[in-house]
Design a protein around this ligand. Structure first.
Ligand code: FES
Length: 246
């Protein structure tokens, strides 16, 4: 885990809910992959305890693009300390043709970096947005992505077909009570599919990460059989067949 200094070169407003920060840094984050994140401390905003959990949406040599809620204020030229790389890359199947991404009443930001990687590897991508997810400015996404606006109950036309056609599913949900919300997703998929195989349905967990290195245990997620894992070390994407959701 490195502490990488970075500079915010540009701030671009996407809409009234989202903004993007364009950063330059050294090459220590060039290998960051979909699912992996950094913990940021912005100069002049001193919180002795919690760093901000930043999800890159684009990575290129010595550059990162970060998506943040528009309610936070950032300025070009601001210095930032980035602790990372945090977490594991999304575990894609070896043979993968169709991936379903779901932002269930939440920002799809943790899923965005994966889109370019999937499209480059000729894997088709469908993104379902519901509730607060529908505030996302989807016009910023590649036109190859199928965008579905679902209702509050996560219902959309041809839902059974979309779910059956997906080889893997990655879901973000609101962070207020992730286990309960992923429990609802689990119940829904149990109704839509005869079985949920291992490695098919992943919850992308976003608990607070005080340390990001497995030291404080604050991001613990219970697993079946009385086991547990840490979102910052084993996550953020956890196979929901391993989580006691009901
Ligand atoms: S954030 Fe400290 S163990 Fe995960």
């Amino acid at each position: 885990m490195n502490d990488t200094p970075a500079i915010i070169e540009r701030v671009s407003r996407m809409n009234e809910h989202y903004q993007r920060l364009h950063l330059t840094c050294d090459d220590s984050l060039n290998e960051l992959k979909p699912g992996q994140t950094v913990l940021a401390r912005v100069a002049a905003r001193w919180d002795p305890y919690l760093r901000e959990h930043w999800w890159p949406v684009a990575v290129s040599p010595n550059k990162l693009v970060i998506e943040r809620p528009a309610s936070f204020r950032y300025e070009p030229g601001q210095a930032v300390s980035l602790l990372g790389i945090v977490g594991q890359p999304f575990r894609y199947r070896r043979t993968l043709r169709n991936v379903l991404l779901i932002a269930a009443d939440a920002a799809p930001t943790p899923l965005i970096l994966s889109i370019a990687w999937l499209l480059t590897n000729r894997i088709s991508v469908t993104l379902v947005l519901s509730g607060r997810g529908t505030q996302y400015p989807a016009q910023h996404l590649p036109k190859e992505v199928e965008i579905i606006q679902a209702d509050e109950q996560l219902s959309w036309p041809n839902r059974v077909m979309t779910v059956g056609w997906a080889d893997q599913v990655f879901v973000t949900t609101a962070a207020d009570d992730e286990l309960a919300r992923f429990g609802q997703i689990w119940t829904l998929f149990r109704e839509l599919r005869a079985e949920i195989p291992k490695g098919y349905l992943f919850g992308v967990f976003q608990p607070s990460l005080p340390c990001g290195v497995g030291a404080c245990q604050a991001c613990m997620i219970p697993l079946r059989g009385g086991e547990a894992c840490l979102a910052c070390v084993d996550g953020p994407a956890i196979d929901l067949t391993t989580v006691p959701l009901g």
